[in-house]
Ligand binder design. Sequence first.
Ligand code: ADE
Length: 225
Amino acid sequence: MRIDILTLFPNMMTMFFEESIVSRARKKGLAEICFHNLHDYSLSRYGSVDDYPYGGSAGMVMAIEPLANCIEELQSQRTYDDIIYTAPDGELFSQSMANELSLKQNIIILCGHYKGVDERLREHFITREISIGDYVLTGGELAAAVICDAVIRLLPGAIGDEQSALEDSFQDGLLAPPEYTRPPEFRGWRVPDILLSGNHAKIQQWRYEQALERTRQRRPDLLKN
Ligand code: ADE
């Protein structure tokens, strides 16, 4: 899978992609991540890609032409399955969206900034708009990093134990059950006996009941779906 990230701040992002599972997936060739500095597509001498909004409201808007030029340059090199724009008014990101995106070959993620982008870009180039939550970030870079992380860890071979990704919270519409590791007792706090019993069927049943109870308590909204 190839992900092209269009950003005003590529330095803000590179560090994140050089660590842990994401870095390993890149080294294994499962994911290729390419950063494009939007300042390089500026039409002005000063490298700016924003301009005043028509109608006189406060703040700045990312202009359509440099962004369109960058997207079209990439499209001339390969076909993209999705051109994603990160913005607080996008569709709320979810595990099922991550699953879906992990099946794509090539995607572009455009990180929004300022008051966002010229609406014509959204209408004519963007195929999908994603928000990572009901709050406003200073820019779309963190959102793009969140999306990439959630997607890349699903690529076959990205995490050591593939079963692990399938047992994540949300994969079956439930939060994950509690987990324990050694020692079996710490300061008198014992690991539930069932987990030490070796009875696989009973353990599976216990895990399911715990997941259900945790979801009922913490995220009852998930059970309504
Ligand atoms: N840009 C600013 N806030 C955002 C959010 N919540 N999700 C995605 N992109 C954003």
